[in-house]
Design a protein around this ligand. Sequence first.
Ligand code: PEP
Ligand code: MG
Length: 902
Amino acid sequence: MTSQETVDHKYVYDFAEGNRDLKDLLGGKGANLAEMTNLGLPVPPGFTITTEACQAYLATGREPDGLAGQIEAHLESLERGMGRRLGDPHDPLLVSVRSGAKFSMPGMMETVLNVGLNDRSVVGLAARAGGNERFAWDSYRRLIQMFGKTVCEVPGEEFEHALDEAKRARGTTSDLDLDADDLRGLVDAYKKIFLKHTGRDFPQEPREQLDLAIRAVFESWNAERAVLYRRQERIPADLGTAVNVVAMVFGNLGPDSGTGVAFTRDPASGAQGIYGDYLANAQGEDVVAGIRNTVPLQDLERLDKRSYDELLDIMARLEGHYQDLCDIEFTIERGKLWMLQTRVGKRTAAAAFVIAGQLVDEGLIDLDEALHRVNGAQLAQLMFPRFRLDHDFEPVARGVGASPGAASGKVVFTSARAVELAAEGEAVILVRRETNPDDLNGMIAARGILTSRGGKTSHAAVVARGMGKTCVSGADEIDVNVPAKRFTVAGQTVHEGDVVSIDGTTGKVYLGEVPVTPSEVVRYFEGTLDPHEADDALVGAVHRIMTHADAARRLAVRANADTGADAARARRFGAQGIGLCRTEHMFLGDRRELVERLILARTDTERTDALAALLPLQRDDFVEIFREMDGLPVTVRLIDPPLHEFLPPLEQLAVDVAVAQERGEDVAKEEALLAAVRRMHEENPMLGLRGVRLGLVIPGLFAMQVRAIAEAAVRVTREGGSACPEIMVPLVGAVQELETVRAEAEKIIAEVVGDSGVEVLIGTMIEVPRAALTAGQIAEAAQFFSFGTNDLTQMGWGFSRDDVEGAFFWRYLELGIFGISPFESIDRDGVGRLVRIAAEEGRAARPGLKLGVCGEHGGDPESVHFFHSVGLDYVSCSPFRVPVARLEAGRAAVETVGSDSR
Ligand code: PEP
Ligand code: MG
């Protein structure tokens, strides 16, 4: 901008000039004050300084050119309207200076009240208040206190001490017992504190007070707590806050004055009615500070019926106007009601669904809008059992909330012990430094999983989410000692058998048992609670909105499931097929020995024998899954991880062999195993011999799997079922890899399916950047693509998916390099671009190419919207995320551009 443009740029809006759609510019509070003003509601006059002015101030460290003049002009007009001048010694206009960002950040930024009071205008204020000197001096001391703390960083405790001192001198504990003289003395004490800390007298010039207060509100955007809050709530760091300068009205002028908050419905349950609190003879901050007890809003009817009726009337108007639950702050000054704030009120997840349903019933919104008003994060919250933290439970550690839910149980440190205790009917929490595929049985047996290492895509996290099991990962204050069967945390030692409770939503870990409540919404999804019979407004509302989401969405939703039980659960939750059946767990447990035989085979015969022994076991696995998914597509991925993951760890094996040799035992087999493990050791296994590369290097491995899939499909079809297998090749980077695997697979399929009518598709994962960039070529050989966004993120960013989140993402988040881990929500600009390119080029080469995603992002709400926009056919996610993905896919389909649902 040139300096002339800067001068002309409009930085200040009178309330009458704004409206509720200008939240970006005027912040939520300013936009809604403007809206209420235009509705003709009693809003004290004022103006809003825009977020752009704040951004300019924060960028340059000074007010933008033109701002001072515009404030002057708006202040003059405010003074004219009120018939008073700011700080006039005889009849002062006082203003409040309040922050107000686009998204509500309650209590995170600053407010200064009573600006315009000084040694002279305090007298004028007393006169205007009918000689109420106490009120005037109390207002003045509040100004010095707030101004000192907020604008000049005077430690707040000093003022508190002085106030306590004044009360002690008067022999009371209540502010209300201080009289005008006490408060005048307090003002003197406050001024001394101010001078001591700032080296200057409290500013007497009203306009200087105003300018400094505005500047302090700008700066409070970057206060530490505001920065932390934004990060938590994923609010962009560059929005800035608007500043509202509003004529003061007083709720502390006597018993006919007061202040309160109100909700047009219950924000906790969504129930209809009037909810709120009122405090007579008080200012807003007294309510927040909890200095005195409020009374229920209904009591206002008795205290001031006229104001109460007017308030109810305004609340009804606001609800009709905003077509939503509103929350309101108001003040009554000597029997006159003033609206200080309104906004579409925050609510619990349950209330969000209930209210959306009610508003449809009331004809205020349609079902599309109801769907827009709720979101997947809320639904996910409603699906997990929750801790009832009504008692004093303090967490002892905090890790990553890796898989939501609440679980309590006895601590165990090994998979075997977890299985043992669970078989005895005990609830257990499996505690490990990190988990690996060997822990699977223990994870299945446990109520929850707690690890001291790893982030949201660590093995523990991914597997736990897949099972819908509570998991806290990366709780690094916990020091796990598996051999000693104990962990230490915060100076305490927890032994096997001691009880802990973990909250997979917040990542908090508690010692002892915290009571839990189960989710009704899950019972509804599982079909054990009929929405029409349930005496529960929530379940009815969820049912109605989900039904609409399913009708509206274009994206199909599949599940990632590897067992018949998971497949069955996924289907109950509404999955329309399996998008990823990982076959590797089928090589664990009692099949490990066969896998070792395969890996150690020295001759073709040994290898063929091992594969032949695995074949029927694999076939049975697939039969079970195809039966459960009768009629729906099942994408089976050929084996992906490096084979040495199926062998014992190198160090362990080396020690075992050395010990056995020392004892003179026969260790030929172990030595062969050790040699194989050494041979197969890789520095970067994630970039090594895995995925399609295994199929190309180990003869017969993929062929065995393909045969097992085809034979299982034929068997299920012959039984009268309908199997729709889709064979998926992992980690392809070049079309030639896929072509080679496909040629072999097609021969086997043709031979097995014969005239059974079974159709088997062959496609590939797109999870290597090169595959995305050569998707046009790859599509020639693929009947479908499924985006493996976990590996695509890993290789796109060069971030090891098992290490980086716990190691250094905090710093990246702090620096704003990204607002959320790209493993959690798709990085639209980079990894997302690879997806888009591959989708476009794939479909250009093969029109109608079926496209899906099966990385963790398939169940992430934000990412689902992205995949909808790219035009994928389906998303696939863990069974427990299926309802969330269904809801978000519906929202993506009905949502209008530019709307926000925060
Ligand atoms: C992926 O990489 O996104 C994927 C689904 O495969 P995996 O997580 O098994 O590597
Ligand atoms: Mg992968």
